[in-house]
Design a protein around this ligand. Structure first.
Ligand code: ATP
Ligand code: MG
Length: 418
C-alpha cells in the first residue's frame, strides 16, 4: 500500500525542522497576543465556494469535494481563513470582544499537480485578526512574518506588498481594467474570457503565459486607489520602513482568492524554483459580512509550512539531532530489571536515557550506544553487580567512574543532567 499521489508522510528523521518552525511561530504568536484556534478539516462546500469565490482556481479545480452518505456536499478545507470566519460568526465572537487575533496550524487540501513545494495535502501556519481596520495591523502581520523568517535564519526572503482597493475604488478600477482587457481578448485563455464578467481581477493572476504577456501593461489597482485606501497603504509602508522590514511594492500582486481588499502581500524566496511564495495574505474587510456576520474588518496570512521547511533544508539549516544523555548497557536478567527501573526514573527526572531489552552481547550493545549518540554509558554486567561497582563511561573523554548500585539515580542525575 502506498500514499495517494500528492500526499506524503513526514518521517521522524525529517521532523526536526517542522518542530523548530512550529516552536518559533507559536512563541511569536503568543508574544504578539494571538490565540490558538482549531477548526475542522471538513466543512460544507458552500463555505469555500462563497468565500474564496466560484471562479477561482481553488474552487473550480482544486477542491476535494464529495457527497457524504446522506448526500451533503462536503469539502476538505483548502485554506483556513473561511473556516475561521465561519467560526467567528457562528460563536458570535464579536459580541464578547471586538478585537480577536487567532492562529492555527494544520493540513490543507488542494488537488493540483504535485511537484516540489506543491502537494495535495500541505500544511499552513495561519493567522487572522478581526475587528481592526487600522493599517498598523497590516504592518504587524508583515512584521511578524519578517521576525519569524529572521529567527529561522532566512534572510533572503522578500515581502511584496500591494493594495487592491476597497468597495469605493474597485468599480472604477474594474472598469479601467475591463476597457484594457477588451482590447486583448484574442490573447486570453478560455478561463480568463469567462472570468471577465465574474471577476476581472482574477485575470491578472492567470499563470498562462499568453495571458500574463498580454497584461503586462494593464492598469494597476494602485493607480486607482481612493484617498482612504491611499492613506491606508501609505501608513502600512511607513510603519514597515520605520521597522526596517525590507519590502517591494508590487503592482501586479493580486492573490488568487476573491475576498481580498486593500493590503495584499506575499513573501517570496529564490530558493524553491517556480514555487516561490512561502507565505501570502491580505485584508478581507467585507468577507465576514458576506458570510452573514456583522461588518468586520479583518486581515490574515497563511505560511506554506512545507515550503518553509524546504527553504530551510536548501540552506542546510538543519538542527542537530537530539543526544542521548545515558545508555544503560545491561547484561543478564537481573541487570536488565534494574536498568529498566533506573531508566524510567531518570527519564521521569529529565535525563534522556535508554536501555536495550533485546538480550544482545556487550559488543552489540556498545554499537547501539554509539548509534544512539549516547554521551555516557553505564555498564551493568554480572561482575559489576557482584562487586557493587558499576562503570559509568564518558563516551567523549573515555573516562570511567565506578558507581554503587544504590547510588545510580542520584549520581547520574547529579553528574549528567543537562
Ligand atoms: P501558489 O501561487 O504557489 O499556488 P497560492 O496563492 O495558491 O500559492 P495561498 O492560497 O496564498 O497560495 O496559500 C498560502 C501559502 O500556502 C502559499 O504561499 C504557499 O506557500 C502555500 N501553498 C499553497 N498551495 C500549496 C500546495 N499545494 N502545496 C504546498 N504549499 C502550498
Ligand atoms: Mg495555488
Amino acid at each position: 500500500m502506498q500514499t495517494i499521489r500528492g500526499f506524503r508522510d513526514i518521517l521522524p528523521e525529517n521532523i526536526a525542522l517542522w518542530q523548530k518552525v512550529e516552536k518559533e511561530a507559536t512563541r511569536l504568536f503568543k508574544q504578539f497576543g494571538y490565540e490558538e484556534i482549531r477548526i475542522p478539516i471538513l466543512e460544507k462546500t458552500e463555505l469555500f465556494a462563497r468565500s474564496i469565490g466560484e471562479v477561482t482556481d481553488i474552487v473550480e479545480k482544486e477542491m476535494y469535494t464529495f457527497a457524504d452518505r446522506k448526500g451533503d456536499k462536503l469539502t476538505l478545507r483548502p485554506e483556513a481563513t473561511a473556516s475561521i470566519v465561519r467560526s467567528y460568526i457562528q460563536h458570535k465572537m464579536y459580541a464578547a470582544e471586538p478585537v480577536r487575533k487567532f492562529y492555527t496550524i494544520g493540513p490543507m487540501f488542494r488537488r493540483e499537480r504535485p511537484q516540489k513545494g506543491r502537494y495535495r495535502q500541505f500544511y499552513q501556519i495561519d493567522a487572522e485578526v478581526f475587528g481592526v481596520e487600522s493599517a498598523y495591523v497590516d504592518a504587524e502581520l508583515v512584521f511578524i512574518l519578517n521576525e519569524l523568517f529572521t529567527a529561522l535564519g532566512l534572510s533572503d526572503l522578500k515581502a511584496h506588498i500591494n493594495s487592491l482597493g476597497c468597495a469605493e475604488c474597485r468599480p472604477s478600477y474594474q472598469k479601467a481594467l475591463l476597457d484594457f482587457i477588451s482590447t486583448k481578448t484574442e490573447h486570453l485563455c478560455e478561463n480568463c474570457l469567462r472570468r471577465m464578467d465574474k471577476n476581472p481581477l482574477r485575470i491578472l493572476d492567470c499563470k498562462v503565459e499568453s495571458c500574463a504577456n498580454a497584461l503586462t501593461d494593464a492598469p494597476a489597482t494602485l493607480d486607482h486607489l481612493c484617498s482612504a485606501c491611499d492613506d491606508h497603504f501609505n501608513t502600512v509602508k511607513r510603519a514597515l520602513e520605520q521597522q526596517n522590514v525590507a519590502f517591494t511594492v508590487d503592482k501586479s500582486l493580486v492573490r488568487g482568492l476573491d475576498y481580498y481588499t486593500r493590503t495584499a502581500f506575499e513573501i517570496l524566496t529564490t530558493n524553491l524554483g517556480a514555487q516561490s511564495a512561502v507565505a501570502g495574505g491580505g485584508r478581507y474587510d467585507r468577507l465576514t459580512e458576506e458570510l452573514g456576520g456583522p461588518p468586520t474588518p479583518a486581515i490574515g496570512f497563511a505560511i506554506g509550512y512545507d515550503r518553509l521547511v524546504e527553504v530551510m533544508e536548501a540552506l542546510d539549516n538543519v538542527p542537530t539531532p537530539d543526544v542521548l544523555d545515558l545508555f544503560i548497557l545491561t547484561l543478564g536478567d537481573d541487570a536488565t530489571h534494574k536498568g529498566y527501573i533506573w531508566a524510567s526514573e531518570l527519564n521521569r527526572m529529565g535525563l534522556r536515557c535508554e536501555v536495550d531489552y533485546r538480550g544482545k552481547s556487550m559488543k552489540a550493545l556498545m554499537k547501539r550506544a554509539n548509534k544512539l549518540n549516547a554521551r555516557h554509558v553505564l555498564i551493568v554486567g554480572e561482575d559489576e553487580l557482584a562487586k557493587n561497582a558499576l562503570i559509568l563511561r564518558n563516551m567523549t573523554t573515555k573516562e570511567q567512574t565506578d558507581i554503587q548500585v544504590d547510588q545510580v539515580v542520584d549520581t547520574c542525575l547529579a553528574r549528567l543532567k543537562p
